[in-house]
Write a protein that binds this ligand. Sequence first.
Ligand SMILES: C[S@@+](CC[C@H](N)C(=O)[O-])C[C@H]1O[C@@H](n2cnc3c(N)ncnc32)[C@H](O)[C@@H]1O
Length: 288
Amino acid sequence: MSTRSDTLFERFLAPVFRTFLINQDEMQQLYKSIDWEAASHRLSNPALTYPAYYKEQNFHGIQGGYLTIGAAVSYDPITRYALPPGENLVRQSLMDGIQTQPRRILDLGCGTGSSTLLLKQKFPKAEVIGLDLSPYMLVAAEQKAQKAGIEIQWRHNQAERTGFPDASFDLVTASLLFHETPVAIAKAILRESYRLLTVGGEVLILDGSQRSLRQAEWLTNIFEEPYIQDYAAGSVDAWMGAAGFGDVRTQDVWLLHQLTRGVKPLSQSVKFSTVEQPEIRDAAWAAG
Ligand SMILES: C[S@@+](CC[C@H](N)C(=O)[O-])C[C@H]1O[C@@H](n2cnc3c(N)ncnc32)[C@H](O)[C@@H]1O
C-alpha cells in the first residue's frame, strides 16, 4: 500500500496502527483471497468518469485514496478503531433510526458494505443495493456479503448521479460519506436522494457530529480528510431541509457522531391539487 509520509497520521498514528492495532493477517488474507484485477474489472462501470474531488485527493494518508486495493483491504481493520465507543454501536444507531418497512433500499457510498449488510439483515425481504465510486471497495463488500450468505447488488457509480429512475427506493442511507465529500456534493447527494425516494420514503445520514468536530479542529487535522472541516462548519439538517425533505431531525450518536433523518413529503403539486386548482398551481410556480 503506498502511503504519504508528511501527514500527522502517517508520522505518528500509522506506525501505532500498523504495529499494535491493525490485524495484518486479516489484511493479507483478504488481499490474497481475491483476484482484484478481474473482480474490480467485473464490477466497474465503464461509462463512469471519476470526479476530480474524488480522484485527485488522498484519504487517510493513502495515496490514490479509495481507488486502491490498499484502501479496500485496510478499511475494515482501521474503521474498527475509528468509531468510538464501538463500530457496531454506531452503525446500530442507523438501523434503529429507520421508522418504516422499506422494500427497496439504496446505501450510498457503501464502501466495504458494513452498513449495507446490516440493512439486508434487518430487512431480509427488501432488495438492497450498495453503490460506491471505488470498484475496490465494492469488491471487498461483495466478498463480505458472499461470505455471510447475503444477497446484495453492488453498483459502481456516483452518489450524486446514480442513474436510477425517480421514486425507485423507499429508503436511502449514507454512512460516513458526507465528511468525505465537498459540501456542494453532499447537498447534491441529498437532492438525488429526494429524487430517488417515493413519497413517505426516508433518508438517513450517519456521520461525524458536526457540532463536536467544530470543537475539535485538532482532531480533523490528524487524519488526512480533505473536506472534513467544511463538513464540520455546515449543517446536514439545513442541507436536508433545503433539498425538500420534511420532518428533518438530527440526533447525537454517542456524542461524536450524528444521525440525520428526513422524509419525502407529499409534493407541492399533490398538496395543492394543482390539476383542479390552476390558480394555486400558477402561484406556486411563480413563487418558485
Ligand atoms: C468513509 S467510507 C464509508 C463507507 C461505508 N459507508 C461505511 O459506513 O463504512 C466513504 C466511501 O464513500 C465513497 N465515496 C466518496 N464519494 C463518493 C461519491 N460521490 N459517490 C459514491 N461513493 C463515494 C468512497 O469510495 C468510500 O468507499
